[in-house]
Design a protein around this ligand. Structure first.
Ligand SMILES: *Cc1c(COP(=O)(O)O)cnc(C)c1O
Length: 488
């Protein structure tokens, strides 16, 4: 098998980059994203064989067929991190709340949100790549977070040699739990800064820093290379194919039906993993994108028009889905319509805030995707309804139920898997509101809900409140580069 080539979604030279290159240096030409050039296609016999494998065996097979050039031992080492999840053999287990609705728990890792599914093994893989490439360069990973990516990245890279992480978050823009998950983290190679401003400002700041020649020159003189661990890094996407493939096989094995997968979506990394799984031949009928009041993605999939020219971001109870520019949709466009067309779309988006698919192109998209959106009211009501049935779900997962109602009406008796992207403990004040328990702080809400519904809070969460906040610096955005250089 030849090694997979990684190429930019907006064209440029095919310089035969490897997966390792794309992981260590994730920014491609013309502002595009590195993406696998050719995906394997599996026939029915292979799918049948795959359905007999456990999670780790399946992961090894998918990585091997993708020809990512990852040594078997390195991947084994990375997958071992799943042994610390709730169920050591199954990192993303399923449970049923209805004969045709299976919920996939993607939050069984250390930070209790789905980012761990990719970031846990990703950190290990990144380290293996550094060990293999004997160069004595250190890597600086910069992350801007609105809540879930930051903690998961810090957890993944804490105490890893030759890697330093700086994480910035908008002051007051995260929940208490999310902030504490970052500020209490004790490791010499990580630093966390609060920034005055909102998440968009934090992200814009970070992007300009990544491109800043002066900042880059100083780092270079210190023999430090910059990298990123956000969901544009294909290394994360690779691990996000696995649990979708796994869930589809689990259901297929039992009743030979293809599943609908429902994905509460923001930056589209999770949904992209499902798209690749379907593209490669896993038994997936359709991928349903669930949005909140920020419904650009749902509008795009239903009309073929991606239009943010007149839209502004709305704050909702499902903040990880509050987004206008959803990066990873670009990789879907590339896979279906190739580089030149993708570049046209993205340039149009940058110039006029909008692009439109042709009728034929929209039909292609709709072979893979459907979409729905809901408002905050629906979200809170759904949390309440399911709590009465004994299921405590987080606000992002709640938005996904809207899609299930549509599927049930249009395609009765077909199995659905709803990706549950966070544990309720990360969004306890919203839960308390939905469950009529009052306007509570994170700590109060956690205790109250845990007592009322007789559910346990995992120790990773409740011990946060007894730990000192080590990283307590908050400052104006302009001073960030100076603060980072001082810390290095
Ligand atoms: C990150 C996140 C999402 C969105 O996932 P994308 O891959 O960015 O679409 C949804 N829910 C939760 C809880 C998240 O942390």
């Amino acid at each position: 098998m030849h090694t997979q080539h990684f190429i930019g979604t907006r064209g440029g030279q095919d310089t035969a980059l490897t997966f390792k290159d794309a992981v260590l240096n994730p920014n491609a030409a013309f502002g595009g994203l590195y993406t696998a050039k050719k995906l394997p296609k599996f026939d029915e016999d292979s799918i049948k064989e795959f359905s007999e494998l456990n999670y780790e065996e399946l992961a090894q097979e998918i990585f091997r067929h993708l020809s990512l050039g990852v040594r078997k031992e390195a991947l084994e080492e990375a997958l071992k991190l799943y042994h610390h999840f709730d169920d050591p053999t199954t990192p993303a287990p399923l449970y049923s709340v209805h004969p045709y609705l299976h919920i996939q728990k993607l939050y069984c890792g250390p930070t209790r949100a789905f980012k761990d599914m990719a970031l846990q093994p990703f950190g290990s893989l990144f380290s293996s790549f550094l060990k293999e490439s004997k160069k004595e360069t250190d890597y600086l990973i910069l992350v801007a977070t609105s809540g879930d990516t930051g903690p998961a990245t810090l957890q993944s890279f804490a105490n890893k040699p030759h890697i330093k992480v700086v994480c910035i978050y908008p002051e007051g823009g995260t929940s208490d739990v999310q902030r504490l998950q970052m500020t209490t983290m004790n490791a010499d190679n990580i630093e966390v800064f609060g920034i005055k401003g909102d998440f968009d400002e934090a992200q814009t700041l970070l992007k300009s820093l990544l491109k800043d020649p002066k900042f880059n020159a100083i780092l270079k003189s210190k023999n430090i290379a910059l990298s990123a661990a956000n969901s544009v890094n294909f290394g994360r996407i690779a691990f996000q194919i696995l649990y979708h493939a796994y869930s589809s096989l689990q259901i297929f094995k039992i009743n030979h039906q293809k599943i609908h997968i429902i994905v509460p979506s923001g930056n589209f990394g999770n949904a992209l993993g499902a798209f690749y799984a379907k593209f490669m031949g896993f038994p997936i009928e359709r991928i349903w994108i669930a949005s909140n009041a920020n419904d650009v993605l749902a509008e795009f999939i239903n009309t073929g028009i991606y239009d943010i020219a007149e839209k502004s971001l709305q704050k909702t109870y499902s903040p990880a889905m509050d987004i206008l520019k959803s990066s990873n949709i670009e990789r879907v466009l590339f896979t279906l319509f190739e580089a030149q067309r993708t570049r046209e779309f993205m340039e149009s988006l940058e110039q006029i805030g909008k692009y439109s698919l042709t009728k034929e192109e929209l039909a292609w998209i709709q072979i893979y995707f459907s979409a729905t959106s809901c408002d905050d009211n629906y979200c809170l009501q759904t949390i309440k309804t399911y709590a009465k049935k004994g299921y405590i779900i987080d606000p992002h997962t709640a938005c996904g139920f809207k899609a299930f109602e549509e599927i049930k009406a249009k395609f009765p008796n077909t199995p659905c898997v709803l990706c549950s992207t966070a544990e309720w403990t990360k969004f306890a004040p919203t839960l308390a509101k939905a469950l009529d328990l009052g306007d509570l702080s994170d700590k109060e809400a956690l205790e109250k809900i845990s007592q009322t519904y007789n559910i346990t809070i995992p120790k990773e969460i409740f011990t946060l409140f007894n730990q000192p906040e080590i990283h307590n610096q908050v400052f104006d955005a302009q001073t960030l580069s100076q603060k980072i250089l001082e810390w290095l």
